[in-house]
Design a protein around this ligand. Structure first.
Ligand SMILES: Cc1cc2nc3c(=O)[nH]c(=O)nc-3n(C[C@H](O)[C@H](O)[C@H](O)COP(=O)(O)OP(=O)(O)OC[C@H]3O[C@@H](n4cnc5c(N)ncnc54)[C@H](O)[C@@H]3O)c2cc1C
Length: 336
């Protein structure tokens, strides 16, 4: 394990933002993870844990140590008549793990096809897409306590999963390094195809739902809708869909008959993309930061935008949406 100095992070974040790390290291196994947390540079600096860099916005050089988590391995822990239990190391690439499950016909993650990032990060914001959240298949999360090096196992309940949220984004943030995730996948899959255009895509493909076909359908939909970060730097949805009370929903629905909202918990969730579109930002830019013309939730680094430019665009959108609808748009992306 080598600690390098003054390293560009451009290749390590999907926004493709140029920012430098004072120190940078990659840890490839648990021994190296245990060793880095005892290292005097780590102990004496700010730190940033990094997976695939697909949910961060770097707004300045990082005056501390960036630790890229790379430990690999997928193990079958147990199989019974209904389920397969897997332990997956944090540095596995999420998309490769999904492909592995689809290939083996294990159900539960096929709707989460083509989400960038690493397995160790999937619990952090409880990744979700097309009617599925990763919390539905997570049994537990293994982590190392940064202060005392102890291993700790968080049960599904202890992870406090919510919509794009978990304990790791809140009170446990920067206290633990997630080292592995334990999954329970099903041998008797339940197909979830009602969300978005999945059924339509399956019909178009002229196939019956299966783990493989749902994965392929979602891959096709996502490739059409979302910009490839390799070509246009982005971090997926920049904002969360805001939750509002029923009273607020009724007030807005009366004023905006085409309001896009869906019942959620005690109230409603609004489609953040629709709010941004209605506030006139879809396809618009501010400096080198652009709102994607097909999906207003996605902000794009047009030409070497700085993180500050992207953040300025995000704040301008927040202001406009608040002025028009009286609704706060919360950022989903971690601003560093
Ligand atoms: C094109 C595109 C589409 C996307 N679509 C979706 C989608 O459909 N649904 C969805 O939910 N998300 C989506 N995302 C967001 C992103 O892919 C996920 O949030 C993903 O889980 C981030 O993983 P990562 O490894 O890249 O995280 P990073 O960006 O590397 O890190 C994210 C946060 O987790 C922390 N972290 C990293 N590793 C660890 C660790 N081992 N222990 C503790 N903390 C850690 C980091 O410090 C940071 O705060 C999309 C992103 C892109 C670019």
């Amino acid at each position: 394990m080598q600690i390098k100095e003054n390293i560009s992070l451009k290749a390590f974040n999907t926004f493709g933002i140029e920012a430098k790390a004072k120190y940078f290291t990659e840890v490839n196994n648990i021994t190296e993870i245990n060793s880095i947390i005892k290292n005097p540079i780590f102990k004496g600096s700010n730190f940033l844990l990094l997976g695939g860099g697909s949910n961060i916005l770097l707004t300045k050089d990082f005056d501390g140590i960036v630790v890229k988590i790379n430990n690999k391995g997928i193990e079958i822990e147990k199989v019974d008549s209904e389920f397969v239990y897997l332990k997956v190391q944090a540095g596995e690439v999420w998309e490769e793990f999904v492909n592995h499950c689809v290939h083996n016909n294990w159900g539960g993650v096929e709707n989460l096809t083509l989400i960038p990032g690493n397995v160790g990060t999937c619990p952090v914001q409880n990744i979700g897409a097309y009617g599925v959240e990763v919390k539905d298949v997570i049994q537990s999360v293994e982590a190392i306590d940064i202060v005392n090096g102890e291993t700790i196992v968080f049960s599904n309940e202890e992870c406090k999963f919510g919509y794009r949220s978990s304990i790791f984004k809140n009170e446990a943030k920067d206290k633990y390094i997630i080292t592995a995730v334990n999954f329970r996948l099903t041998k008797k899959p339940v197909f979830i195809t009602h969300y978005g255009d999945v059924n339509k895509e399956l019909e178009f493909m002229n196939v019956k739902p299966s783990i493989f076909h749902i994965s392929k359908a979602i891959e096709a939909i996502r490739r059409r809708k979302l910009p490839d970060p390799k070509l246009k730097g982005n971090a997926g949805s920049f904002f969360k869909n805001p939750s509002i009370s029923t009273a607020k929903y009724e007030e807005l629905a009366a004023e905006f008959p085409r309001l896009r909202a869906f019942p959620s918990g005690d109230g409603y969730k609004l489609a953040a993309g629709w709010l941004i579109e209605k506030s006139g930002w879809k396809g618009k830019s501010l400096g080198n930061a652009v709102v994607h013309h097909k999906q207003a939730l996605v902000l794009i680094n047009k030409e070497n935008a700085s993180g500050k430019e992207i953040l300025a665009l995000a704040k301008a959108i927040q202001l406009e949406v608040f002025n028009l609808f009286g609704v706060d748009l919360e950022m989903e992306v971690n601003v560093i």
